[in-house]
Design a binder for this molecule. Structure first.
Ligand code: NDP
Length: 281
């Protein structure tokens, strides 16, 4: 048996087509969604992500602007910029590309973004809404993961989901979303005692670790849905957190890296920006 591949590129394209249609409908009412992306420093991966987000905005008819700041930028200067963007009506979404340089107080920066413009869903107000199940901005990667799983057609209710990783960006929010879908959720991390045994229980396995090919095929329950969030550069190629070759022989569905979760993240950012602009309308 070979697992069915979950084609993130194709599913993301469907979402972007839908966003483009709705952007065009908003334009008839005189509204153009606007996204401001802030990039601090010279991290090459961050630069690639921001450029890709800005480019996608252009393709969908969303206005965007890129604020590139030097590595030496202070927390205060960043807070100043965010205050200005918060005040501008034509900016619906503000995204601060993470990670920020170490001398910057990341949490203070995220707290400064107007929750109504927090299209990354990292402001504590939106984090809290996700926790209590109120509508708000949901972080893009976790939202994209749920969308990918939805495309398998598999009913999540009652399934055992295992999330490896407990970051605020991926692990914790995706665990909450799976819980909201009535999964029984286990969150694993670096102190988990027997990770292979935990993974073998999973009907849905989400790997968000950042360790190349750590999760092996024989850790996977036959027929499981395997979502590989990891993006690791090894010898100039990208690999996930799951050992794809062995895993695809056991899983029922699996995401490739690249072409799985990555494109979904950007598509969901576009959707969140549209949603922010619709609220303005
Ligand atoms: P973090 O580094 O913030 O978190 C990694 C998590 O993995 C931590 O909770 C850590 O545990 C856990 N972990 C580390 N080592 C082990 C281990 N040996 N066994 C079990 N758990 C372990 O990473 P992110 O969540 O930000 O990102 C994870 C991966 O996803 C990265 O490769 C990143 O590049 C990728 N990513 C991809 C995105 C996309 O769009 N496709 C978007 C965001 C991230 P502990 O908490 O105990 O330290």
């Amino acid at each position: 048996m070979t697992a069915q591949r979950l084609d993130g590129l194709a599913i993301a394209q469907q979402i972007k087509d839908e966003v483009a249609r709705e952007v065009a409908a908003l334009a008839e009412r005189g509204i153009r969604p606007g996204l401001a992306a802030i990039l601090v420093g010279t991290n090459p991966a961050s630069r690639v992500y921001v450029n890709s987000k800005v480019k996608t905005c252009g393709e969908l008819g969303i206005y965007s602007e890129k604020h590139e700041l030097p590595e030496t930028t202070t927390t205060e200067a960043l807070l100043h910029l965010i205050a200005r963007l918060n005040a501008r009506e034509e900016i619906d979404g503000i995204l601060v590309q993470l990670p920020l340089p170490r001398h910057i107080d990341t949490q203070r920066v995220l707290d400064a973004v107007d929750p109504a413009k927090d299209v990354d869903g990292f402001h504590p107000v939106n984090v809290g809404k996700l926790m209590v199940g109120e509508p708000g901005f949901v972080p893009c990667t976790p939202a994209g993961i749920i969308e990918l799983i939805r495309h398998t057609g598999i009913e999540l209710k009652g399934k055992k989901a295992v999330v490896v990783g407990r970051s605020n960006i991926v692990g914790k929010p995706v665990a909450l979303l799976l819980l909201a879908q009535h999964c029984t959720v286990t969150i694993c991390h670096s102190r988990t005692v027997d990770l292979p045994a935990e993974c073998r229980q999973a009907d849905v396995l989400v790997a968000a670790v950042g360790r190349p090919e750590m999760i092996k095929g024989d850790w996977i329950k036959p027929g499981a849905v395997v979502i590989d969030v990891g993006i690791n550069r090894v010898d100039n190629r990208l690999v996930g957190d799951v050992e794809f070759e062995s895993a695809q022989r056991v899983a029922g569905h699996i995401t490739p890296v690249p072409g799985g979760v990555g494109p979904m993240t950007i598509a969901m950012l576009m959707k969140n920006t549209l949603y922010a602009a619709s609220s303005r309308a």
